[in-house]
Design a protein around this ligand. Structure first.
Ligand code: ASP
Length: 318
């Protein structure tokens, strides 16, 4: 089969600069991104479904404590982990999402359960974990999700008295609350021409009142439609919600016939940036073109396609 296939993923966007990184840390990020890419890409290369590829890539990133998703998720104001995730199937716009999950080891698997085993799209808080447990997904005690640096970030955020985007494991904090962002996500086009998107996050450090970001909201942080594109976002969720980022890109392609690159540029730079929305996204279109736009200083990202350069691409800075 000669149909092109492609995978792109992210591990968060924000003020990520070489000055805030050590060589060892940078290497650890690169390795983690590469590992997730190869796990998802192997699914596509073997003729598998885009849906499976994005799930596998995101699971790999969720299991890696470097990223703010699954193990390594940030802390809420009260010192818990409340994880959000969404997955969408471009074939039929089926979608599933969870918000505020505290125990399921891989929130992206719970999101897929919602899509495939319920009549619903979004389940929140105890219900999300209950569904996961009912279907035998592994759950973990709070200690599993604990990482010291996330805990330290919460203490700093509590002192500052504000919610922070603390999703990377960059070096010691400075005064800029937006210095660090994160979240993980993946998009894919498979050999059968189908698209899928998946996103998973711990949200924002010091979040409270059961705050939910853009990641589990279909059309804002996550979207897929075979006719246009698949998108997974990362950045300050409130702005991505207000700009309805992922669906807006799809609409520009569907209604105005724009290319993926042009639609992404308009939304990320002309619409999101002016309202203060810092971040980025990974995207793939129906032809297998990939776009990795961001308006922040950096974005942990990786992609690989069966066409073009074909070699894995991994990058962090602009
Ligand atoms: N968008 C996520 C949220 O606001 C965070 C992120 O992508 O870093 O929950």
């Amino acid at each position: 089969m000669n149909s092109p296939f492609a995978l792109a993923l992210h591990g968060g966007a924000g003020t990520i600069s070489p000055a805030l990184m050590t060589p060892a840390k940078e290497q650890a990020y690169q390795q983690a991104l590469r590992a997730a890419l190869s796990r998802g890409y192997a699914v596509l290369a073997g003729g598998g479904a885009a849906l499976d590829a994005v799930e596998q890539a995101v699971r790999s990133l969720e299991d890696e404590p470097l990223f703010n998703a699954g193990r390594g998720a940030v802390f809420t104001h009260e010192g818990h982990h409340e994880m959000d995730a969404a997955i969408m199937d471009g074939r039929n716009r089926a979608a599933g999402a969870v918000a505020g999950a505290r125990a399921v080891q891989n929130p992206i698997r719970a999101a897929r359960l919602v899509m495939e085993h319920t009549d619903h799209v979004l389940l929140a808080w105890p219900g999300a974990d209950a569904l996961a447990q009912e279907h035998g997904l592994p759950t973990q005690p709070a200690e599993y999700f604990f990482t010291q640096h996330r805990y330290d970030q919460l203490q700093e955020a509590l002192q500052e008295g504000r919610m922070r985007l603390d999703h990377s494991q960059a070096l010691p904090t400075d005064e800029d609350p937006k210095r660090k962002m994160g979240t993980v996500g993946a998009v894919a086009r498979d050999q059968h021409g189908h698209l899928a998107a998946a996103t998973s996050t711990g949200g924002m450090t010091n979040k409270r009142y059961s705050r939910i970001g853009d990641s589990p909201i279909i059309g804002s942080g996550t979207f897929a439609d075979d006719r246009t594109c698949a998108i997974s976002c990362t950045g300050h969720g409130e702005f991505f919600l207000r700009a309805v980022v992922a669906h807006d890109i799809s609409c520009l392609m569907e209604y105005r016939g724009l290319s993926l690159a042009e639609a992404c540029r308009i939304v990320v730079h002309d619409k999101l940036a002016p309202i203060g929305g810092e971040g980025g996204l990974v995207a793939v279109d129906a032809a297998g073109n990939v776009a990795l736009p961001f308006n922040s200083e950096g974005m942990y990202r990786a992609s690989q396609t069966s066409h073009g350069a074909a070699a894995p691409y991994v990058a962090i800075y602009k």
